[in-house]
Design a protein around this ligand. Sequence first.
Ligand code: NAD
Length: 483
Amino acid sequence: MTEATPITVAYGDGIGPEIMEATLRILAEAEAKLAIEVIEVGEKVYGRGVTTGIPAEAWESLRRTKVLLKSPITTPQGGGYKSLNVTMRKTLGLFANIRPCVSYYPFVKGSPPSLNMVIVRENEEDLYTGIEHRQTHDIYQCLKLISRPGSERIIRYAFDYAVRNGRSKVTCMSKDNIMKMTDGVFHKIFDKVALEYPQIKNEHYIIDIGTARIASKPQVFDVIVTTNLYGDIISDVAAEVSGSVGLAGSSNIGLNFAMFEAIHGSAPDISGKNIANPSGLLNGAIMMLVHIGQPEAASLIHNAWLKTIEDGQHTADIFNAETSKAKLGTKEFASAVIERLGQKPKTFTPVEYKPAPKEDIASKPPIFAKEKKELIGVDVFYHWQGKNVKEFAEKLGLIDCGPMELKFIGNRGLKVWPNVDVEPFYADRWRGRYLPKKEGASITHHDIVTLLNNVQALGLDFIKIENLYTFDGVPGFTMSQGE
Ligand code: NAD
């Protein structure tokens, strides 16, 4: 007999407790072997002044079980409170967000036929690292960080997921035509990792046309892997298109921890009325059962749930005149699923989950070896409030740059000096690019410090610098538009 797997359960806010009770009842009837530890997170905890919404004892349970099944929580409005989901993702290192988007045509209205895709979203990096600065009166900056190991890990996860789940294609979405370094490296790693999976087709879409295609022809996609911000957006587009926002579950996976939930919120408008649909959380719980090595229970429940939907046994949110036969409350819907345990769907394809192998993503050697890194220049960013670029160039011309020289001045990514005739709109943040006078020479940190001392002596406000490196001779920086 399988030993019970310890899991942590959070009942959440709003409809959370109702849908959790319904879900756990189905899991128990399907004989899922679980040793449940309940924690309190969300509204009540925020109310006690814990700004993260999660108390210390909850972390202790999570450290023990490493698996969380979580109902939605209500995020309090107003300053000071932190999003519980973001805290969880960062603290537990949940690098992958997995969201299956499936059509339940013709039983759920608005579901386009034959849609069945899974979005694998990188969860920790990109513009979501929260490193933002205001640098001048005009300019606010948010740093987009893409790491090679982070990209490799999520892309490998997507291909492994495709193999494990009998899927045939992985699509990468990026904007590497514009962000040639950050999105560029993500795309390059995708192409390299794809070579290790010859049995899986691969393709790349620029994110804008990719998103449009998800909206218009979602059935052409299978597994999609992308970076954090794009993933956030396309997950919602895909969920909306699938017509099953109330039905979808999602998982957040890390090397040591995992969290499973519904994609919808706490629905305070219908809380306590026994009308909420527990399917989203149930689908999250099914993903959890596969993750903890109980694929038989996962298949049993998933098939019973599909049969329930097929039989027209619907909660109010998906009730429709054509295919619904009964309008059920939350508890009654759970009973309808339990009655069908052991049955298989007839219209939908029955599901058969396989045991998930223990992830060994972390142990794979990195695709790219470390290159030789050489310092060859510096970009100095200035706060300067004038509008006459020639005047600014004359001022910068007074600076002793040592072994370097000023190659160009830029403003908002555009080269504006030398040899530029048009006068674009200038913001008050300027960039001077300094490279060695002698082509191919390298420079030292001391050269940069000396340059900055001379800038400072002239009374100019430098707001940041960015060192310019080559890696095995390849520039680790982009050219300016117009350079
Ligand atoms: P919501 O998803 O809670 O509700 C949107 C609409 O969908 C409502 O009309 C609701 O009644 C309906 N709905 C949602 N789930 C349903 C279900 N299972 N069955 C039937 N109908 C359902 O979104 P919202 O109103 O924008 O957010 C409410 C609260 O939830 C907010 O405090 C928000 O911050 C929070 N939230 C939490 C999570 C999470 O914990 N993962 C996710 C999203 C939103």
